[in-house]
Ligand binder design. Sequence first.
Ligand SMILES: Cc1ncc(COP(=O)(O)O)c(C=O)c1O
Length: 288
Amino acid sequence: MRSWAENILGASGDFDVLPTIGSKELVAWLPTFLESKSVNYPEIAYPTYLVGAMIAGAKATTVGISPDTWKNADLTWINTPSNPSGRVHTIEELQAVIEFSRTHNAVVASDECYLNFPATGADQPTSILKVAAGKNKGLVSVISLSKRSNLAGYRAGLIVGDPELISKIREIRKHAGMLVPTPVQRAMTLALGDEVHVKEQAARYAARRDVLRPALEKAGFTIEFTQAGLYIWCTRNESDWDSITWLANRGVLATPGRFYGENGSQHIRVALTSTDAHIADAARRISA
Ligand SMILES: Cc1ncc(COP(=O)(O)O)c(C=O)c1O
């Protein structure tokens, strides 16, 4: 796992690696492990960041991309590429986040579970640890094998970064029984040793995006971000529920944007995780 972190993630300097029971476990419990009293998380986001803050009894605040507008918090989450929007942080944006962590002596956790899927635009998904160039204090990268290697059922994730933080997390998790079974760790080591299947899977998602994107645009949806990851994030400038109903009437299931925060109430998230045949069928129904 260490060599993957070095060679693929781009971690360097003093860092540690710890397997987790999927990344959801870590997202839900990190504020508790760190005894965080305040948590920043993205304004359009995977719901577990908020759930984790609630479990810890921490004050949760939604934040935009630029740290210029952030208040200090014990823990700040970023997510690149983003679920649901597929937005990718640029190197400059990651540098600004690292600067925020250093200035405020605050922990930043970068949820990078879609990192292995290349972006359509110029800015490729990059780990915060690569940009930190070996100065990892206060920084952790959160990785999942659920998307990268389709191992969702194995509950296989890992956290990489600041060794002091990871040591604290390791101590608490082991006493709480949060141990990753040895067979799962072995499977993780094997999966992380192979990039061929990751590239094949990424190509599948990219091809599905190319099928669905024009169909949604033809039906009047504007696609936003959607550079990388497993989802298309789009709007028809109407209530998300109206868009969902319109799609449901054509036999297509998507997710209302408000599930990811109030700012998503006019967006929908369309997943690229169905089979190629189902995606092609959905595209036909949407454009018909
Ligand atoms: C942004 C984000 N983080 C973390 C997870 C958790 O993934 P897992 O627990 O399967 O590793 C998900 C799952 O959808 C996600 O979208």
